[in-house]
Each structure stands twice: as structure tokens, then as C-alpha cells.
Design a protein around this ligand. Structure first.
Ligand SMILES: Cc1ncc(COP(=O)(O)O)c(C=O)c1O
Length: 468
């Protein structure tokens, strides 16, 4: 046992160290079955540690079967406890599963869809959490229900009815871990015999991947400045659902006019398809009040998905599904099967935050902020590139798309600008037919300062110069 050393300065308790050394010795076969271990008194005096430490380490080894059952005097290694395996785990090679939005520090990241994280109302949020944590433990800390807390569902219901012309009852709402989980649940509910799904082209690549992972056949319909081109909907198909972002098409930015909404609803009725309305950032409309939802026009055919990722922050992971009555039970079951329910503290904190009027106030403040950023970006685009550059879509949200006629953005181009200090993203990543969007950039401004927008676009101009 001379190979055993104990580090008295280590954060690992001495009992744990001694136990681990002997366990390792037995597993590796260095300590053979039947070998006698030193007495606790002897080992303690050799290692200059207390005898109790040795006794407790031996007890643990007995409990796990590494030492033979006690019979009279002596402590012996048990048989059948050798097993050669890796003792330490090196960091395994892991393939990146996210979209690769992480940027090296110091690089200006024009990623779309991240809100201004520095303006998160942290003090107020902390106050909400503190108040919620004082509730009786049974209310706060026990298992809950899959649909989420009624306090939050009621607050969301009041909000969407008043602000989005949604027609719903709180019982139709299921609180989810963001839009991302809501889409997965909706796919589970709607993809039965029907496997065809109609989506906008382009649409967030993550969404395409989620829908595809549920075994759907994807049928893209192109978008223009007014969202999905409903005249191109495939009439020969009976899709399970049509996925749309009518308030602010992602990424192109169009807002769907009422004529197209009605055409889409007629299509859904004719084919028996549902519509999934992803209303991810409609709160931030700058040239007028937020538009009404599609849901309010036909609540039985539309599954509405909302999220707090853009109005508060993505890390909070709270979104919601509004389901037609016949899908409510199935939706709750699916949520239950996937993760029981959303975490309760933030559900209750958010319910309180909305009910006390802080949410509307925060959204109004952020709307002004993003409007300013968008204007700054538009000005910087004109200053750097002049009028040939076209800004697509409506004045909404946390990003815009700029078209640079005659340019073709290549991976080498993006690598070059990034080396100079700014990361840009092509629209083509989200397109079924990337050739249609080769000259377009997706420019997020939600989490950038005025200075970063100016510096980043100046860098872009400098690099584009070489490519034109
Ligand atoms: C079209 C669209 N919907 C919704 C979201 C938000 O997803 P989540 O609510 O899971 O954060 C995003 C994220 O960028 C998006 O692009």
C-alpha cells in the first residue's frame, strides 16, 4: 500500500481519496482477490491520517463489495471485483450540433434574433423571483402540471387576446421550453397519416431540421416582401400543416397582408391542413402597432406559437402553444412525456412580471430601442454602400435582410471579414434553394451597440470592395 498518497490540501475529502485509491487498485487487479489490507490503525499511522478516515473508507469499500465480508480479524480484497476500464475520461470529440453562432471574443457578431441582453430587466426580475420564492413550498417546489401554471397561462391569454387579436381560453395554452419545443410538440400532434409539410422558403434552418426529424416531407413555398407567396401553395398536396411566420417572415422580413392570410386559410380548409403560426417577434413593429394574428381569423385551424426569447431573453426558455380544443389533451400529454413541465419559479415570476404591467412597459422600451438600432443600421448601410443596397421586409423585429446586387457571398469572404473582426451570416443558409439568395445578408442588430453596427458595416464595406 506504499503507492497510496493522500493530499491533505486537496478539496477532495481524505476519505474519498483513500477509497478511490484502493478501489482503483482493486479494479485494475493490482490488489488481488484475497489480498489482506493493512489494519486501519497501521494504515492511518503510515499515511499520517486519522484512523476514522481509514475506517470510513473501508466501510464504503465493504458496502460496494470491493472488500470481502468481515469474518474475524483482517480486511481482505473480495473476488470478482477486477474490471479493466478507463480510469479518467478525456474530453471526447463532439460534433457541433448548433448552427455555429458562437463568435471568438472581440468579433462583432451580426447574428439575428438575439435581443439586447444588457437591457434585460434584471433588478425587476430578481424582485419577482424573490417574491415568488416566498410562496409556500408546496406551491413552488413540488411536481406540477404539463400545461404550466395557470397564473402564467392566464397572463399570456390576457396578453394575446388584448394585443394580438388571438381568440383563446387559458386552458388552450401549454407552456413550453421556447418555440423550439413547441414546434416539436406540434409536429407530434399533427404528423399522423399525413407526412407532408409546407414551409416558407427561406425559413430558419433549425425549424426545417426539427420538422424533418419528425419524419416529415418538406415542401418549400417561396416568400417575397409580403411573406409566403400563397399563389404558389401546392394544390395537389394534402399537407399535415403549413408553417408560417406571417407577422415577420424569418429571415426575409415580410409581413403577410390580409389577402394572403385569407388565401392561406382557404387552402388549409380545402386541404384539411392545420396552420402553425410562429409569432416570434411581432411585438417589435416600428411603423405602426403590432398586426393582428392569423389565429384570430380561424382559431380552430391555427396552432399559435409565442415566445419570450425575443422580448426578454432566449436563456429563459419560455414559449407557449395555443392549441385548438381537440388537440389540448394530446398536447399536454406530449409535454408531460418530454419533460413533465417547465421550471416553476420562472413561470410564476413571469406571470407576476406580466400581471404587474412590467412586461408591456419593457416591450415598449425595447421597441424604441430596436427602432433606433434599425435606423442606425439602415443609415450605415446607405453611407457605406449607397443606394444599390436594398433593405428587404417590413420595419419589424431584431434583424433585417440587405440585398447587395451583383455580389456573391462565399465562405472565403465570410472568413476574411471575420478575421478582420466582424461575423456576418448569409440568408442562403436558411434557403431550400440557396441560389436565389446568394446576394443577401441577414443582419441582426438586437444585441449590438451603435458603435458595433458602424464598425462592423465599415469592415463589411472594406471587404466587399475587393469582391465587386
Ligand atoms: C422563426 C423563429 N421562430 C422562433 C424562434 C425562437 O425560438 P425559441 O423560442 O425556441 O428561442 C426563432 C429563433 O431565432 C426563429 O428564428
Amino acid at each position: 500500500m506504499l503507492w497510496i498518497t493522500i493530499d491533505k490540501e486537496s478539496a477532495v475529502p481524505m476519505i474519498r481519496q483513500l477509497y478511490a485509491r484502493i478501489r482503483e487498485g482493486i479494479l485494475s487487479g493490482r490488489l488481488q482477490p484475497g489480498a489482506r489490507l493493512p489494519s486501519s490503525r497501521d494504515l492511518a499511522s503510515r499515511l499520517l491520517i486519522s484512523r476514522n478516515v481509514v475506517l470510513e473508507a473501508y466501510d464504503l469499500l465493504y458496502a460496494e463489495g470491493f472488500l470481502a465480508p468481515k469474518q474475524g480479524a483482517g480486511t481482505y480484497v473480495a473476488g470478482g471485483a477486477a474490471f479493466a476500464g478507463p480510469v479518467r475520461m478525456a474530453a471526447p470529440p463532439v460534433e457541433e450540433v448548433t448552427m455555429g453562432y458562437d463568435c471568438p471574443p472581440g468579433v462583432i457578431n451580426f447574428r439575428a434574433g438575439t435581443p439586447n441582453l444588457k437591457m434585460f430587466p434584471a433588478k425587476l426580475w430578481l424582485q419577482m423571483v424573490r417574491e415568488v420564492l416566498l410562496l409556500p413550498p408546496e406551491e413552488m417546489l413540488a411536481y406540477g402540471h404539463p400545461e404550466g401554471r395557470m397564473e402564467l397561462r392566464q397572463a399570456i391569454c390576457d396578453y394575446v387576446v388584448a394585443q394580438r387579436e388571438v381568440i383563446c381560453h387559458p386552458e388552450q395554452i401549454v407552456i413550453t421550453a421556447g418555440t423550439t419545443q413547441a414546434i416539436g410538440i406540434a409536429c407530434h400532434l399533427l404528423l399522423g397519416e399525413r407526412r407532408d409539410v409546407v414551409l416558407e422558403d427561406p425559413i430558419t434552418r433549425d425549424i426545417q431540421l426539427i420538422v424533418k426529424s419528425h419524419g416529415a416531407m418538406l415542401h418549400p413555398v417561396p416568400v417575397d416582401n409580403d411573406g409566403m407567396r400563397t399563389a404558389d401553395l401546392p394544390l395537389s398536396l394534402k399537407p399535415a400543416f403549413v408553417y408560417v411566420t406571417p407577422s415577420h417572415q424569418f429571415p426575409i422580413g415580410g409581413t403577410m397582408p390580409i389577402q394572403r392570410r385569407i388565401e392561406l386559410l382557404h387552402y388549409a380548409e380545402k386541404t384539411g391542413a392545420f396552420i402553425i403560426e410562429d409569432d416570434y417577434d411581432s411585438e417589435f413593429r416600428f411603423d405602426g402597432p403590432p398586426l393582428s394574428s392569423l389565429h384570430g381569423l380561424h382559431p380552430d385551424r391555427v396552432v399559435y406559437i409565442g415566445t419570450f426569447s425575443k422580448t426578454l431573453c432566449p436563456a429563459i426558455r419560455i414559449g407557449y402553444l395555443i392549441l385548438p380544443p381537440q388537440l389540448i389533451s394530446l398536447g399536454r400529454s406530449r409535454k408531460w412525456q418530454s419533460d413533465l413541465h417547465n421550471e416553476v419559479t420562472s413561470q410564476l415570476a413571469l406571470a407576476r412580471f406580466i400581471r404587474l404591467g412590467y412586461y408591456l412597459r419593457h416591450v415598449a422600451r425595447m421597441r424604441k430601442h430596436y427602432q433606433q438600432r434599425r435606423n442606425e443600421m439602415a443609415v450605415a448601410l446607405t453611407e457605406n454602400f449607397g443606394h444599390p443596397v436594398e433593405i428587404l421586409g417590413s420595419a419589424t423585429g431584431l434583424h433585417l435582410v440587405a440585398r447587395f446586387p451583383g455580389c456573391e457571398f462565399t465562405p472565403a469572404f465570410f472568413a476574411g471579414v471575420e478575421a478582420a473582426g466582424a461575423r456576418f451570416y448569409p440568408v442562403a443558409t436558411h434557403a431550400f434553394d440557396p441560389r436565389q439568395h446568394r446576394d443577401e445578408l441577414l443582419l441582426g442588430y438586437g444585441n449590438l451597440s451603435t458603435e458595433e453596427i458602424r464598425t462592423g458595416l465599415a469592415l463589411l464595406a472594406k471587404h466587399l470592395h475587393h469582391y465587386r
